[in-house]
Design a protein around this ligand. Structure first.
Ligand code: NAD
Length: 539
């Protein structure tokens, strides 16, 4: 089946070519479309790739019934309704790395322009003047650069600042010490501490609730007099009014701005016309190299998401704390299978409204908690929801909307360091199913409730409980054989001789639901559950 991809906003041709060269993708390239036209067309597409000019709003997403992926050739996704995409199971993929160098280089270009009055010098020369005496500049060497946000761009800025002989200090509470050390950047313990010493303050953080207005009147007040404030990240991180006031009062010697709260900047904006403010019209990523890089990066990720289901690049998928999803594949299978089995067995006991889903995982899977919780949520909802959009992106939000609480913890109490245990509970009833995933290609289910098992069901698992008496296994084999159901694995477990026993039987499809009735006719069989992975049926 071909997937249809809408490419808009003048994406670099190499990105479009990468998609178009794939026979299973049908690509339509259009200029930035008016909202109504985009709304009318979006229902035909499996993916849309664009830049910031196209707003992927809630309304657009709700009309996009086929949509699986939104690709953004660039970093910022403030033009995309991310929460709605998550709820609908639509992957949102950006291209975070491609324009890093472009922004870092613009930063120094603009900063040196300010320090050496390059725009004024250039303009005066072209106007036929020789204003040498009025163009006394200053040097970067020895000045303290305070960076807020030591991510990709902040890091490249730091590296280049060393080359200019600057003192580099940064504030980023979300980054480990090791990154500060490898970049040779001094860590400021707080934003206040950073502000206290920054001759030049530059922000390289995303626009979030926490960063909106994070450099306001009191923060600017803490800077040394004559400091410079730079924002090449997003408009609104530095508060406009506070910045204008500090420039007016002379507290700040200048500013460098590439981004604005409202773009394009109005003609009469108070930032315009100030010789000590370098203004550029959001050109941080506007280099041929960056546009090429982000287009190729986004288009490649969109292609992989559509054709291989590779979602680990999506922004709205569970965070695996830097762990590669390919390493976690078998643990993901265990979590999903375990939840599906628990749900099917509980449903067989009349418990359908699950209230709690708890995932415990061993220390070898450190960092995988969110991913495993998503996988378990998929398993718990599989066959319950008629949603074609139940996937690793939407599962936790769908579970939450159904009132299912999810808890996930790392635990050294499991039998194996790469163990995964999923338990589902409703009221006082709880059932835990566990397995192990010792490496990416190997997994087994090891426990159903209190029974130790050892099976790796691919498509169908039959779970039987029976009295531990002779002859049951033979009867079960006869019933399955008569129905032409092929047994792949048969694991019989019991808690005590003569007590209750459980059989985990991996079988090849097809298996009709009718089999359950026949299995229940066997004397001493107590319950029979067919679990179909992908869509499970409980009896
Ligand atoms: P990144 O995700 O690599 O880095 C952002 C850093 O900010 C992270 O290290 C994060 O820990 C840190 N951070 C988040 N909240 C913080 C807070 N409250 N206090 C301190 N640090 C905080 O992103 P990046 O690629 O370096 O890009 C940074 C920003 O630059 C982007 O979010 C984007 O908005 C902007 N950008 C602008 C242009 C442009 O054209 N001017 C181009 C590309 C990116």
């Amino acid at each position: 089946m071909a997937y249809r991809v809408l490419v808009t906003d003048d994406i670099d041709a190499d990105g479009v070519a990468l998609l178009a060269s794939e026979p299973r993708l049908q690509v339509d390239e259009v200029p930035t479309l008016p909202k109504e036209e985009l709304y009318a067309r979006i229902g035909d597409y499996d993916a849309i790739v664009g830049r910031s000019a196209t707003r992927v709003s809630e309304e657009l997403l709700r009309r996009a019934t086929r949509l699986k992926v939104v690709g953004r050739a660039g970093v910022g996704v403030d033009n995309i309704a991310l929460d709605v995409a998550t709820e609908l199971g639509v992957a949102v993929i950006n291209a975070p790395a491609g324009n890093t160098i472009a922004v870092a280089e613009l930063f120094f270009g603009s900063l040196i322009s300010l320090f050496r009055h390059i725009p004024r010098a250039n303009e005066s020369m072209h106007a036929g003047r020789w204003d040498r005496a009025q163009l006394l500049g200053a040097e970067l060497k020895g000045r303290t650069l305070g960076i807020v946000g030591l991510g990709r761009i902040g890091g490249e800025v730091a590296t280049r600042a060393h080359a200019f002989g600057m003192n580099v200090v940064a504030f980023d509470p979300y980054i480990p010490d090791t990154r500060f050390q490898s970049l040779r950047v001094r860590r400021a313990p707080s934003l206040e501490a950073l502000l206290g010493e920054a001759d030049i303050l530059t922000v390289h953080v995303p626009l979030t609730e926490e960063t909106t207005g994070m450099i306001g009147r009191s923060e600017i007040g803490r800077l040394p007099s004559g400091a410079i404030v730079c924002n090449l990240a997003r408009g609104g991180i530095v508060a406009d009014d506070a910045l204008a006031a500090a420039l007016d009062s002379g507290k700040l010697a200048g500013a460098v701005l590439d981004v604005y709260v409202k773009e394009p900047l109005t003609g009469d904006h108070p930032f315009r016309g100030r010789p000590n403010v370098i203004l550029t019209p959001h050109i941080g990523a506007s280099t041929a190299e960056a546009q090429h890089n982000v287009a190729v990066e986004a288009c490649r990720a969109v292609r992989d998401a559509l054709l291989s289901g590779e979602l680990s690049r999506s922004l709205n998928v569970a965070n695996s704390e830097g762990r590669d999803w390919s390493e976690l594949r078998s643990a993901i299978v265990v979590a999903q299978r375990a939840a599906t089995i628990a749900r099917a067995i509980l449903a067989g006991q009349g418990v359908r409204a699950v209230q709690r889903l708890t995932v415990r995982y061993g220390p070898d899977l450190a960092g995988a908690g969110e991913v495993l919780a998503s996988a378990a949520a998929v398993g718990a909802l599989e066959g319950v929801l008629e949603s074609a959009r139940l996937n690793m992106i939407s599962a936790r939000s769908l579970a939450a909307s159904r009132g299912i609480e999810i808890a996930v913890t790392e635990s050294s109490q499991l039998a194996h360091p790469s163990g995964v245990e999923v338990s589902l509970a409703a009221g006082m009833q709880e059932l835990a199913v566990a397995g192990v995933a010792p490496h990416a290609a190997a997994w087994r289910l090891t426990r159903i409730g209190g029974f130790h098992v050892d099976v790796a069901p691919r498509e169908v698992l039959i779970v039987l409980t029976n009295h531990d008496v002779p002859g049951v296994i033979g009867h079960v084999g006869t019933v399955l054989g008569a129905a032409k159901v092929n047994i792949a694995e048969y694991h019989q477990a019991r808690l005590a001789q003569g007590g209750e026993a459980l059989a985990a039987i991996t079988v090849d499809p097809p298996v009709s639901t009718e089999i359950c009735r026949k299995l229940l006719e066997i004397p001493d069989v107590l319950t029979a559950t067919i679990v179909r992975f992908g869509a499970s049926v409980a009896t």
